[in-house]
Design a protein around this ligand. Structure first.
Ligand code: FAD
Ligand code: MLT
Ligand code: ZN
Length: 490
């Protein structure tokens, strides 16, 4: 990789203008660290193109000069994926000025969105047209379409609609040689060989820059019912999910697990929050059912579960405000955990039916192995995905993750891998898990990843150091080390 020559920077500055080019440290600072504040990088400049044509020109010039590009959307990555390394050689390519919804066809149920469209804005625009985009997550106010596509994001509606990959019908992207891939047409049938669209989904900016996507819209919800229930165990939570699915079918769109530890964190650190149930329970579940009149069937199903003892207590939100308050509890867990102190974070998945026993046994094993630690495992139980976070022992200093985090995470990831699971369910690999993917990934997967990367980006200018482990595993930053700390120049 080369440091961008002054002539190149001048060309980019005149191409993009004052709104699209900055080297000002103050302008760049918020975009040089990740949301968790774990990764801190440097960049020669931050580019904010307004059109796909400008991105084509940026990539064409940088490919010729072998200058690294770090695509960035809302910068809400949980794995340091959009944070450059410390070399200062890379250029951030922000899509935040490309926020047009090019078209919305309510009848066809399709929206063509530029990469910088923010998720919450798409939600609002779709709703105004009597439709909805059925993917949401706690970062909806900042996550962009380009970032959601590039991470194949999940969120809290995967249970019914699948992850981002299931909602993408077309992609437009600039490839590492500067060519424009125009694949926006929503074709139900298209057999022209390797599907570049599928390769770009979840590529984390390593195979090109997504400039727009054609997304599926579904009819607006006729109504929703949101409930909060208490159960004795994660296994009972899975049983409750099966019971509700039997009673309500696919009206159940969200089923989120919230352990007592996570609720306590939110109540302690997020002002204005309150516990929905009178008495504390070991495990809580947030349920959302969608349909014409979901309240009554959901209340009835919960009443049956109460009678059978499966559920200790439950409440169905009596108003939209209460429903939003329940969701706020769930969506604030990351923020509350961040405020509370150091934790080794893991985004894991196993087969859906195995998650409850797995997380129960794994939590016991971790807490036995690492004295004083507290497992806070929450999230998308219905998808077989939880955020299995290991909080530092009470009183542990801010350096706890740096000191022992790697050992803790290797222990957790070994358990997940032994159970046939994934060390990255929805957040991606970024720079955070490159070392662990190198350590645990099967050779066929690793070789294929490297071969595809080499074929499409031989100069390795696209988001270097992310996702694709280097051939020499010793070069990869360890789990809790950043590219910056490792001093890696990919
Ligand atoms: P960024 O953080 O800017 O980038 C993410 C990755 O995509 C980087 O590798 C970047 O290089 C690449 N990229 C971004 N834009 C482009 C583009 N146009 N072309 C090519 N590459 C690009 N994630 C989930 O999956 N499920 C959740 O439930 C969830 N909840 C979250 C809750 C909170 C509070 C926060 C802070 C984050 C959460 N996330 C969750 C993580 C995050 O929101 C997602 O990963 C999201 O998809 C990132 O979008 P972004 O626009 O912020 O991307
Ligand atoms: C969530 O489900 O809240 C997120 O994926 C965030 C996290 O893991 O902290
Ligand atoms: Zn999640």
């Amino acid at each position: 990789m080369a440091y961008p020559a002054p002539a190149l920077l001048d060309k980019l500055a005149s191409l993009l203008g004052a709104k699209g080019f900055t080297r000002d440290p103050g302008d760049m600072a918020p975009w040089l660290s990740d949301w968790r504040g774990r990764y801190h990088g440097a960049a020669a400049a931050m580019l904010s193109p307004a059109t796909r044509e400008e991105i084509v020109e940026i990539v064409r010039l940088c490919a010729a000069a072998q200058v690294a590009l770090v695509p960035q959307g809302g910068n809400s990555s949980m794995v340091g994926g959009a944070t450059p390394d410390s070399s200062g050689e890379a250029l951030i390519v922000s899509t935040r000025r490309m926020k047009r919804i090019r078209s919305l066809d309510a009848e066809a149920g399709l929206a063509v969105c530029e990469a910088g469209v923010i998720l919450a804005d798409l939600h609002a625009t779709a709703l105004a047209a009597g439709r909805r985009f059925p993917l949401t997550l706690g970062a909806k106010g900042s996550a962009t379409i380009g970032g959601l596509v590039s991470t194949n994001a999940g969120g809290t509606q995967v249970l019914r609609f699948g992850p981002m990959r299931a909602l993408v019908q077309g992609i437009e992207a600039v490839l590492p040689d500067g060519s424009l891939f125009e694949g926006l047409t929503a074709l139900r049938k298209d057999n022209r060989g390797y599907d570049l669209r599928q390769l770009l989904i979840g590529a984390e900016g390593t195979l090109g820059i997504v400039t727009a996507a054609t997304l599926t819209l579904v009819p607006a919800a006729a109504g929703r019912a949101v409930a909060w229930a208490g159960v004795a165990s994660a296994t009972d939570a899975t049983r409750l999910l099966r019971h509700l699915e039997a009673a309500l079918g696919d009206a159940v769109e969200s089923f989120e697990l919230v352990p007592k530890s996570a609720l306590d964190l939110v109540l302690a650190h997020v002002p204005g929050t309150w516990a929905p149930l009178a008495a504390a329970v070991p495990w809580n579940v947030l349920i959302e059912a969608v349909g014409p009149n979901p309240d009554e069937p959901l209340s009835r199903a919960l009443a049956i579960a109460l009678e059978s003892g499966l559920v200790a207590d439950a409440v169905v939100a009596a108003s939209e405000a209460q429903a939003q308050a329940f969701w706020r509890l769930r969506d604030s867990i990351s923020e509350a955990e961040k405020k509370d102190g150091p934790a080794a974070k893991h985004d894991i998945s196993v087969a859906v039916g195995d998650m409850a026993p797995f997380m129960t046994e794994a939590a016991a094993a971790v807490e036995a192995r690492f004295a004083g630690t507290r497992v806070n495992a929450f999230g998308h139980l219905g998808d077989g995905n939880v955020h299995f976070n290991v909080r530092a022992p009470e009183g542990a200093g801010p350096g706890w993750v740096e000191s022992i985090g790697e050992e803790v995470s290797a222990f957790v990831h070994d358990l997940v891998t032994a159970a046939g699971g994934s060390i990255s369910a929805e957040h991606g690999i970024g720079q955070m898990k490159v070392g662990e993917l190198a350590r645990l990934g099967d050779p066929a997967r690793l070789d294929a990843l490297r071969a595809i990367k080499r074929a499409l980006d031989p100069a390795n200018i696209m988001n270097p150091g992310k996702l694709v482990p280097p051939v020499d595993p010793m070069e990869a930053p360890s789990f809790h080390q950043s590219l910056a700390q490792k001093g890696v120049r990919p």
